[in-house]
Design a protein around this ligand. Structure first.
Ligand SMILES: Nc1ncnc2c1ncn2[C@@H]1O[C@H](COP(=O)(O)OP(=O)(O)OP(=O)(O)O)[C@@H](O)[C@H]1O
Ligand SMILES: N[C@@H](CCO)C(=O)O
Length: 303
């Protein structure tokens, strides 16, 4: 009897990009891969070995696929999952979003259901409340999004191919839950205006390729001032990025990863940001990534 295997490849994402808190998201050329087939019982292999994700209780992909199976009125018998985990967990690179997107694409493929935006968000928001990682992980590219009670509005905006992302990944985790818990419930009007001005300018700077505007356009008063206490040498990492030639720099999503946007000098920038972390006794590594423009890819093979 032939078996159906579903393979999904989903890009990492960096959210916020400074001023665009809970709005901007960018897909990057770093991928998680999920290969799954039906089985009696849940079997998870991960490469490299990730004991935490091998536990079905911790595995969002399995949770989403199980949910979708039961939403179809069917009993979830199990799944055999092979996961390639290239995106570190709890580092602000959208690891959880890759699992949710992959689970949704798998579930809709297996149940032969057309996947509309509305269906996607109805399921995705059960597992992650904000669209700024979910959408670029699904659709690729640079996305600005907002979520209302009954609809998610978004636009995919061309991102200059000249720009690369230097992501600097320290060896400590920072969950989005913790990083959101340190944010204030209210902020001064001047801080809201500060971010509106810069988020707007960021969009135009990309469209006009005014890369000289990105540094001011990536400044933020809504989340980074409160989260910087969770990232040792935060200001120094940002400063070293600019001193080494970055055109923009910020926290990646809710962290712990730090992001620089650059036109060249990528290794020099990455090494400088790593050195800023090492001055605080933190080991880190850097990756030079392009923007992924296509988003998640699904392949169904029969064996
Ligand atoms: N690749 C994955 N496969 C399956 N489940 C995952 C994966 N990545 C994350 N998860 C699940 O989602 C939970 C939250 O993941 P994570 O901490 O990465 O999300 P986050 O705090 O939003 O940070 P990030 O932006 O890096 O996703 C994890 O504790 C784990 O249970
Ligand atoms: N906008 C979210 C992104 C999480 O990856 C936050 O900063 O909390």
């Amino acid at each position: 009897m032939t078996k159906k295997i579903v393979k999904v490849k989903v890009p990492a994402t960096t959210a916020n990009l400074g001023a665009g808190f809970d709005t901007f998201g960018l897909a990057l050329t770093l991928y998680n891969e999920f290969e799954v087939e039906e089985a009696d019982g849940v079997f998870i292999e991960s490469y490299p070995e990730n004991k935490f994700l091998k536990n079905p209780e911790n595995n969002l992909f399995i949770k989403v696929v199980k949910y979708l199976c039961e939403a179809e009125g069917k009993k979830f018998h199990g799944a055999k999952l092979k996961q390639t985990v290239n995106i570190p967990v709890a580092r602000g690179l959208g690891s959880s979003a890759t699992a949710i997107v992959a689970g949704i694409l798998t579930g809709f493929a297996v149940h032969k259901k057309p996947l509309t935006d509305e269906e996607f968000f109805k399921v995705a928001y059960l597992f992650e409340p904000h669209p700024d990682n979910l959408l670029p992980a699904w659709k690729g590219g640079f996305i600005t999004a907002l979520k209302t009670e009954d609809k998610t509005y978004y636009s995919k905006i061309d991102f200059p191919q000249e720009l690369k992302a230097v992501v600097v990944i320290p060896d400590f985790e920072l969950s989005t839950e913790l990083a959101r818990s340190v944010l204030p419930k209210e902020i001064p009007l001047k801080d809201a205006v500060f971010n509106i001005q810069r988020a707007s300018l960021f969009i135009r700077a990309l469209q006009e390729k005014r890369f000289d505007l990105l540094k001011v356009a990536m400044e933020d008063r809504l989340h980074q001032p409160y989260r910087k206490s969770l990232i040792p040498n935060f200001d120094k990492v940002i400063q070293y990025a600019y001193d080494s030639g970055a055109v923009g720099a910020s926290l990646s999503g809710a962290g712990s990863t730090m992001l620089a946007l650059a036109l060249d000098d990528f290794d020099k920038i990455g090494q400088a940001m790593v050195s800023a972390f090492s001055e605080a006794g933190i080991n880190a590594k850097y990756l030079v990534l392009d923007v992924d423009t296509e988003g998640a890819k699904v392949e169904i093979v029969e064996k």
